[in-house]
Every structure is written in C-alpha cells, then in structure tokens.
Design a protein around this ligand. Structure first.
Ligand code: IPD
Length: 271
C-alpha cells in the first residue's frame, strides 16, 4: 500500500480541506438564499437530495481532484471514484449534511470533508484530517490526527456530564421501519440524560460533542460521510468513538462521548 502522509503532509491536507469546505459552504449558502427544492428521493421518500447537494459535491470533487488527482473519493451524492489500485488517501465527503434542515431553511447544516488513509471503510481507515463547516454560523471545526480538534483558535475538549445528567443527541434516520428501535434505545438512555437534542446534522452533532456543547451522541444508520470528519474531531478532543459491530462506528450504531458516558450509552443501547 502507498505510504500515507506524514505530519507535514497532514497540514497540507488540512489546508486544502479547509479551503474547499469554505468555498463549498459559500455555494450552499448562496443557493439556499435563492430557494431550494427537492431534486430526487433516495432510500425513502423522506430521504431527499437537492440540486444544491449535487452541485456542491461536484465542486468539492473537482477541487480535490485538481489539487490531488491521485486520491480516492467517496461522496454522499456521487459515490466512490473509480478504483485504480491502492490509494494512500481517500476523501470522504458529505456536501450538505443536514439536507432536511437545508430544505426547510433551518440554519443548521454543514459541509463535511475528511481525508482518510486507505479505503473509505471505518473498519480499516485511519482518519487523517476532518473539517466540518456550517456556512450559516461561520463556524469551522477542524482536526488533524495527533494535532487536536479546534474551533478556530480554540482547542476543543469533550465534556463530563454533571449531576443533572448528560445532554445527549441522537437521530432517527429516514426509514419509519426503524423508528420503534430508535425510540426504544432512546428510552433506555433517558434515565441518565438531562435532556435530548435532535438537531438534524450528524457531522455537527459530532462536532458539538468534541466542543463540549453536547455530552454525548448516538445514532443508528450513519454512512461513512456522516461521521468521517466529525468522528476525528471527537477522538482528537479526547472522546471515544464507538459503534457496532466490534466497536466500529457505522450503519448499525455510532456512539460518541467522553469514555465513561460512552460506556453508559453503549450498555443502554446494546441491551
Ligand atoms: C443525515 C443527517 C441526520 C442523520 C441522518 C443523516 P444528510 O445526513 O446527518 O442528522 O440523522 O442519518 O443521513 O442526509 O442530511 O446528509
């Protein structure tokens, strides 16, 4: 397998991810002000894609390919790049995470861009850099493997819940057939939660755990592009990122929190 980038190379990857996320975010914000409509539905009628999702992903894909033609790519809307041998770096991208918020004009969505070593599979990848950018607030969260997680100049650190319990976020995905299970898991978490949030953008949920704005987060049904960048933020902020199966975040379960709370959430959701 080709060598993955050393620390200096990581700074270059981060600079590129930040530039591209800002440009993509501005395009998403502009399109939002012009009005947004559904272009197509995906897994269920509630799972939508807008023209802006596609356009923003194309922009990101083009910019990354221009700068680093040798890298792989996996995007929510356009899928994986053609395989051409083993790659050192793959970009894992959600152009607009929080598409339903975007559609409804709720200013809580983000461009999520991660670079991982190897294939875009959470069972084997090594997350190298992660950027989560909300163009409506201007907040840009970033992390480099081994270099901490940051919101601008502020280094981030996960929180420890107090006596009142944990502020926990979750999500319910788009398939009504899975909601009974989602609610059952949430019911088991509530005894140690002070309250629950469902804000609608997994990458920002993870960024908020990294920033201590949420104590913990769990959700079933995530794809690699939902958690690749935010997951690195959590790890670099001193948190634990787990899931199913075998502690790997993904479709079956993703859990993010400081270690003690992550354990409590795991025990509750896997009951
Ligand atoms: C979705 C959001 C949402 C989560 C879904 C994701 P999308 O991503 O992150 O919070 O509950 O599971 O698919 O579709 O808006 O990019």
């Amino acid at each position: 397998m080709p060598e993955s980038p050393e620390p200096d190379g990581l700074d270059d990857l981060l600079a590129l991810a930040v530039d591209v996320a800002r440009e993509a975010g501005e395009l998403a914000r502009r399109r939002r002000t012009e009005g947004v409509s559904v272009a197509a539905t995906k897994s269920t009628i509630a799972d939508v894609v807008t023209e802006a999702d596609r356009e923003v992903e194309q922009l990101i894909r083009r910019r990354l390919a221009d700068a680093r033609p040798q890298d792989g790519f996996l995007g929510e809307e356009s899928g994986a790049g053609e395989a051409s041998g083993e790659r050192a770096v793959t970009w894992v991208v959600d152009p607009i995470d929080g598409t339903v918020n975007y559609l409804y004009g709720i200013p809580h969505f983000a461009v999520s861009i991660a670079a991982v070593a190897g294939e875009p599979d959470a069972r084997s990848w090594r997350q190298l850099v992660g950027v989560v950018y909300n163009p409506m607030t201007g907040e840009l969260f970033h992390a480099v493997r081994g270099g901490g997680a940051w919101l601008g100049e502020r280094r981030l650190s996960v929180s420890t819940p107090g006596e009142a319990g944990a502020l926990v976020a979750t999500g319910f995905g788009y398939d009504p057939a899975t909601h009974d299970g989602d609610f059952a898991r949430l019911r088991r978490v509530m005894p140690f939660a002070r309250d629950v949030r469902r804000a609608g953008a997994a990458s920002l949920d993870l960024a908020f755990v990294a920033a201590g704005r949420l104590d913990g987060y769990f959700e079933r049904g995530l794809h690699p592009w939902d958690h690749a960048a935010g997951g690195l933020l959590v790890l670099e902020a001193g948190g634990v990122l787990g899931g199913m199966p075998d502690g790997v975040p993904g479709r079956e379960m993703t859990i993010a929190a400081g270690a003690p709370l992550a354990e409590r959430i795991s025990a509750a959701v896997y009951q």
